[in-house]
Design a protein around this ligand. Sequence first.
Ligand SMILES: Cc1ncc(COP(=O)(O)O)c(C=O)c1O
Length: 354
Amino acid sequence: MFSQRLTNLTPYVPGEQPQDRSYIKLNTNENPYPPSPAVMDVLATMDADALRRYPDPSMTAFREAVADAYGIDPAQVFAGNGSDEVLSFAFFAFFDGSQGPLRFPALTYSFYPVYCNYYDIPYETIPLDEHSRVNLPAMTDAGPSCGLIFANPNAPTGIALPLSAIEAVLSGYPRDRVVVVDEAYVDFGGETALPLIQSHPNLLVIRTVSKCMSLAGMRLGYAMGDPALIQALFTTKDAFNSYPVDAVAQAVGVAAMKDMTYTRERIQAVIASRDRFVTTISNLGWRVRPSAANFVLAGKPGITGETVYKTLRDAGILVRYFNLPGVADSVRITIGTDDEMDRLVAAIRQCWPE
Ligand SMILES: Cc1ncc(COP(=O)(O)O)c(C=O)c1O
């Protein structure tokens, strides 16, 4: 009944979205603030009759809005049903193992090996360096590769690389192989590689509206790069689904892209809450990695991440625990509102009195 392909699949496991009770939800890196009022206006005034029609398969208005927001050409922009789908198309379009394995960090977004498995792409992972940073030089020094992918800031560490490190790796990397930088969290304190797409036709930058624009429920992500890369993503999309971004998502995406002032304000609020929270739990003796994202990886010395996760869950607070080498002593905590972070700190003080 089932294909051999299906039998061999190992699916990604997303963070839990439990319905059994109400939790303070700090486990899936969602934004604690509502989307822009401009988004609310679009949804409130949407003409339902227009939904009779299929959406624009070229996603023109949204791609133009992205291009305007970042000062690039719409031909340099692709969009998809969440950046997960854009990533999946990129894996299909650019990586096939013919010039060596795809390389990515040993600790990063755990969807990357899942896509490799799905598309049968050989891959090799490279350990983080001694400061838990993505080790870009080691990713290229390890021998030929059919491409590179990494998240900046990385997940689940939250640690960002400077633009100069990305520039350095690109300058030594073959121009006929694609380097993907996954910038899902860049707005919360990382340095974007976007300016480099003008001089590096093999660089693809992938972003999402899920985190910084509070639109995770909408499913809208995008990629920016050389028009030839964008064209390859369109070819991939058109062999899979002509309309991955529905009409509502396209209209909402345009409104969100045009309201960068609101987005920037909310990002600043998340950054301020993060910095305040990091100071507080560091003072309580927790180890926290320096995060440039809307989450922190933190642990209490002597207690496993799994215990922290379970204890906080019982206290009505969801965080994420990864049973992976190097991070099993920590949990990943999404930054919520100041009130949510205060309640987390109160629970921490109660569960682990000093
Ligand atoms: C590093 C990274 N990239 C991409 C995504 C996917 O984001 P989305 O599909 O919501 O755009 C996530 C989601 O958690 C992520 O952590």
